[in-house]
Design a protein around this ligand. Structure first.
Ligand code: PRP
Length: 191
């Protein structure tokens, strides 16, 4: 396990190391660069706050090495509540700052869990007439999927455990960990 952070005492074990994340992001960026090599107008990365902030920062810089030019947009979404969540209804807390019609869009997500957020978001972005919309998700929990969503680029499939780090939080904490780890049960039992 990585040493030195006071958070380390709360982590049961690391499931994806900092180095694995770095290598995977380089691979994903290479793949995306190849796929969009003939899109000289570049890519619009739509980052879904807050969890995807770490990923989009590293992914955009990795694309910058070989890929098409990128522009960044940010959206903040929240579910209406438990009942509405199961229908995939989400509320926009922060919308795109500009039109995306005719643009090649890649949604940048930290994690696909049930798939409900993405399923809603893809319909929304398509209604805004993007030229194309694809998804890159660094993590996916295949066991938790409730709706099938077309995620073209996936970093890691992970088990449905309580994981934190690299953008993933528990009660807004642990996002800054450079690796992904499983939280000790006593940590979430405390709250
Ligand atoms: C997470 C993640 C996705 C969503 C995925 O965000 O960033 O947006 O949940 O879950 P789903 O597939 O079940 O819809 P969260 O609502 O935890 O907000 P955060 O990124 O601000 O932590």
């Amino acid at each position: 396990m990585a040493q030195g952070s006071w958070y380390d005492a709360d982590i049961d074990h690391v499931i994806i190391s900092e180095e694995q994340i770095r290598e995977k992001i380089a691979e994903l960026a290479k793949e995306v660069s190849a796929d969009y090599a003939s899109a000289p107008e570049g890519l619009l990365l739509v980052c879904v706050l807050k969890g995807a902030v770490m990923f989009v920062a590293d992914f955009a810089r990795a694309l910058g090495r070989h890929g098409p030019p990128v522009e960044l947009e940010f959206m903040a979404l929240s579910s209406y509540g438990q009942a509405a969540t199961s229908s995939g209804v989400v509320r926009i807390r922060k919308d795109l700052d500009r039109e995306i019609a005719g643009r090649h869009v890649i949604v940048v997500e930290d994690i696909v869990d049930s798939g409900l957020t993405l399923s809603w978001l893809l319909r929304y972005l398509e209604s805004r007439e993007a030229a194309s919309v694809e998804v890159v998700a660094l993590f996916r929990k295949p066991d938790a999927i409730q709706v099938a969503v077309p995620v073209k680029y996936v970093g890691f499939d992970i088990p449905s455990e309580f994981v934190v780090g690299y953008g993933l939080d528990f009660a807004e904490r642990y996002r800054e960990l450079p690796y992904v780890g499983v939280l000790k049960p006593e940590v979430y039992a405390r709250s």
